[in-house]
Write a protein that binds this ligand. Structure first.
Ligand SMILES: Cc1cc2nc3c(=O)[nH]c(=O)nc-3n(C[C@H](O)[C@H](O)[C@H](O)COP(=O)(O)OP(=O)(O)OC[C@H]3O[C@@H](n4cnc5c(N)ncnc54)[C@H](O)[C@@H]3O)c2cc1C
Length: 494
């Protein structure tokens, strides 16, 4: 019987043409001879890939990692380092009562039950397992804090670079072969065995065929830096800034789709609002709207209830004319924000030394700040006057009755100096991707496993559902990396 994926078996010429054309979504057949053979091939040296490689190599699995950039880390090395775990030693030491069950309930609620409960349970289980292991190796969080989507503090704050360095070092010490400037271009198909059997990699301009005897792991991250995919799945996000890892172009998702992989959660891709223009790091983001700032468009008019989630604010802001929006606030709001969120001191502290941040405009009146920012002064003054009259009295026409998600009351903007900051939304991750089962097999659009192909980390869909809880993306990369190493070791033992 001929399977759906066997349709090009034996047609090496057609396969070669497909790869040379670099645009055809058809299986690329295995070559007559491979250049190199490994048990396990990992695509990408971020958190997921390096954790998988570290444990696989530790289990005696002959492992190679191919990383297209010149350095390891991807988004994992740039991230805030929040890793969610339920019921850790650190939580207990601080009297925080948490459990896997509470964590599960929070994740399903945050994801609006659009996430896969089995995957969520698997993530929670492996997140704790790996947390316990890595903390025993001496890599520990500095603290645990509350963040979005949590009913108790469970965001364990790690130094993400240290975590990545640790796994890279451990993987190499245990014998994994980690190659840089090595871009995986395509997955290779064994027509007889009907499975993925390796990868085609470009290293220093040369194409190599690499065999993976027991599995290929996609650990290539998301697609924040692929405007075509953003345009397809989340059109307004094409206009968002991007601060995700330089290699996050969706290569793995596309390569898997060429073999029929299904994708999940792609309709929930969102950028985060509150960045200065052309941001390069998470430190360029403020959440000053939750301290009372308002948001206006180029016409100097409000368009959104500023107390909504910063992901929803991003959607609204990017839909405005020229995708432009501005944060407007007074001195009292600035001081409150710096006290509530110390990282904002880096953005606004200079005003106290009589300086002006280069990314915002200051005025002793709303009109003066508006003029400098290129907004119509009269309109902005009228917008602020109306807001001052209605919002604190609970009569805001845009429905703002709180500072943030029901917490705190809106305040009038009255204390000079006033600030106008051109702001934007930025992509830090896509949090959606290929469908997998709880053993990380990639699943096709007909619900069947694509044999030999696994996925871990941000390339995976189904864990977050409609929205993301802080600490479950970095955490997911590492948790699923650990699981991948176990799955491939089992596969090898068969
Ligand atoms: C600024 C920022 C802050 C964040 N803060 C948090 C946080 O605090 N907590 C949290 O949970 N999440 C956070 N996230 C999200 C989280 O960091 C990521 O979702 C997660 O780390 C992704 O891990 P990964 O291993 O799947 O992918 P990555 O870490 O992105 O690694 C993927 C690697 O694959 C490589 N690659 C891609 N394509 C190929 C190819 N074709 N061939 C070879 N190599 C390839 C890439 O170059 C990259 O090195 C944040 C993200 C950013 C950008």
């Amino acid at each position: 019987m001929t399977s759906r994926r066997n349709f090009l078996a034996g047609s090496a010429a057609a396969a070669a043409a497909a790869f040379a054309g670099n645009a055809n979504a058809v299986p690329v057949m295995k070559p007559a001879k491979f250049d190199e053979t490994f048990d396990f091939v990992v695509v990408g040296a971020g958190g997921a890939g390096l954790c998988a490689a570290a444990h696989a190599a530790e289990n005696g699995v002959k492992t190679a990692v191919f990383e297209k950039m010149g350095i390891a880390g991807g988004s994992s090395a740039l991230c805030g380092g929040a890793w969610s775990v339920g019921g850790s030693d650190m939580q207990k030491s601080k009297g925080i009562e948490d459990s896997d069950e509470k964590f599960f309930a929070d994740m399903m609620k945050t994801g609006q039950n659009m996430n896969d409960p089995e995957l969520v349970k698997t993530f929670i289980n492996y997140s704790k397992k790996e947390y316990q292991w890595i903390t025993k190796q001496g890599v520990k969080p500095s603290t645990v804090s509350i963040a979005s989507g949590m009913s108790v503090p469970r965001a364990h704050r790690f130094n993400p670079q240290k975590v990545v360095e640790f796994y890279l070092d451990y993987a190499e010490k245990k014998g994994a072969n980690v190659r840089f400037n090595a871009k995986v271009e395509r997955l290779l198909w064994d027509g007889q065995k009907e499975r993925i059997c390796g990868v085609k990699v470009t290293v220093d301009g040369k194409v190599k065929n690499i065999q993976a005897r027991f599995g290929v792991l996609l650990a290539n991250g998301g697609f924040s830096r692929n405007p075509v995919l953003l345009g397809k799945y989340a059109p307004p996000m094409r206009y968002a800034a991007v601060i995700a890892g330089a290699g996050t172009a969706g290569d793995g998702m596309l390569m898997a789709q060429a073999y029929g992989a299904d994708v999940l959660d792609t309709n929930y891709v969102k950028a985060s609002y509150g960045f200065k223009l052309n941001p390069t790091t998470i430190r360029h983001m403020t959440t000053i709207y939750y301290a009372g700032a308002i948001i206006v468009n180029k016409a100097a008019k409000r368009f959104v209830n500023e107390s909504l989630s910063y992901k929803l604010l991003g959607d609204e802001a990017l839909s405005q004319p020229e995708h432009a929006s501005f944060l407007v606030f007074d001195n009292a709001i600035r001081k409150k924000q710096m006290a509530d969120r110390p990282i904002d001191q880096e953005l606004w502290g200079c005003i106290d030394q009589g300086k002006q941040p280069e990314f915002a405009y200051i005025g002793n009146t709303i009109e003066e700040a508006a003029q400098k920012a290129g907004l119509d002064p009269k309109t902005l003054a009228a917008t602020v006057a109306e807001y001052n009259k209605l919002a604190p009295a609970g009569k805001d026409p845009l429905g703002r009755t709180s500072m943030s998600s029901g917490y705190g009351k809106p305040v009038a903007l009255t204390e000079p100096p006033f600030v106008v900051m051109p702001a934007t939304a930025a992509m830090i991750g896509t949090y959606c991707g290929v469908k997998i089962d709880s053993k990380l097999h990639v699943i096709d659009v007909f619900g069947e496993k694509i044999k030999g192909l696994y996925a871990a980390g941000e390339v995976v869909g189904g864990v977050h559902g409609a929205a993301y809880m802080t600490g479950t993306a970095f955490g997911k990369a590492i948790a699923f990396g650990r699981l991948a190493s176990e799955v491939v070791a089992q596969e090898r033992g068969k």
